[in-house]
Write a protein that binds this ligand. Sequence first.
Ligand code: NDP
Length: 417
Amino acid sequence: MRLLVIGCGGVATVAIHKCCQNPLFTEICIASRTKSKCDALAEKLAPSTKAVITTAKVDADSFESLTELMNSYKPHTVLNVALPYQDLTIMDACLACGANYVDTANYEAEDTDDPEWRAIYEKRCKEKGFTAYFDYSWQWAYQDKFKEAGLTALLGTGFDPGVTSVFTAYALKHYFDEIHYIDILDCNGGDHGYPFATNFNPEINLREVSANGSYWEDGHWVETEPMEIKREYNFAGVGMKDMYLLHHEEIESLAKNIPNVKRIRFFMTFGQSYLTHMNCLQNVGMLSTVPIEFEGHQIVPIKFLKALLPDPASLGPRTVGKTNIGCIFRGIKDGKERNIYIYNVCDHQECYKETGAQAVSYTTGVPAMIGTAMVASGTWKGAGVFNVEEFDPDPYMEALNKDGLPWVVDEAPVLVD
Ligand code: NDP
């Protein structure tokens, strides 16, 4: 099976590593903006895989650049692990060239001042009640196009979204008649030793974290100030951590796809140092995406900040500790109340030894490979645009155990109030 991977950052590195270990992928093309990174990775992986690896330069913001590459390589499936800004151009190119599409993050506009985008965004904020810059409406709008083309688009197969959504489908299939409450808990107990760094793309990460929080309750969104809701939780493998309620993209798709759900919340852990740095950067305008004039150049503050911060791909060797990501479900089975917690614990240094990347890239890259394998093998089949919770979770859950992200089911979890 011929696979095209677009992007060659932290997540892509792990996903490609794992694809090289899976005999399903016999030919892999690594294509990204900076071809030298693709070449370096191909050189590193080639001696230990049977897959034929090639590399290419591509501008994923350009439909022409993408279709030129896809028409010559003719991939069966395209794994998009570039940035959410490129989702729609890559989906368009897949439709034009007859390839299936897989990604790990929903579409986000790069230029949030574009008046055309802004008008649609403001209408959506009013209608739906949450103000995040990213949402599924753009990609769900491709449903008929993928259906007519007989192609599959699988959205959001990272850890969260991705594994957390598969955990939900698995819980519903095996443990509940109805799930009423879902709390998704994302804990990173890792320490990289820098005063401030982000574990994945800084631009995407800081925009997500500095935005308003929100959760889904009784059929509508409830929005909060950034970091307004704080809880403490004692995570297996990590210990006690502060966690904060954030808006997160899988809430939107789970609210649509899980019948009878009453509330869905997402919490992420942050240390005080991270929050203090982030607040300060926000207060001085460094998180802004609006270009400013500086000594005769136009610069975008958050892009400039990205250039100053450590490259997330370089954190691998220095990050120690564990992540714990999972979901607490409350619902009913056979008329009785039931609570379960499904989670994975992942060790930063173990991930680094295996792939050269830390656990945040690892926990995203492994499910990116698994989702791609589900589509490429036809295990998950269908024409149209799908979120991962819409398919049978069992083969995916099995693959998680086999491919490096084993999970645990705790049938008596401590709940979050
Ligand atoms: P990185 O910034 O490390 O990597 C992004 C890669 O995309 C880089 O190789 C970059 O090239 C390339 N790229 C960017 N723009 C273009 C373009 N126009 N054309 C071609 N290539 C381009 O990001 P991460 O690996 O940390 O994240 C990758 C994706 O994974 C993101 O969409 C992120 O949101 C998502 N993610 C999902 C998670 C989940 O759990 N679902 C968790 C974490 C991340 P260059 O090297 O030249 O910069």
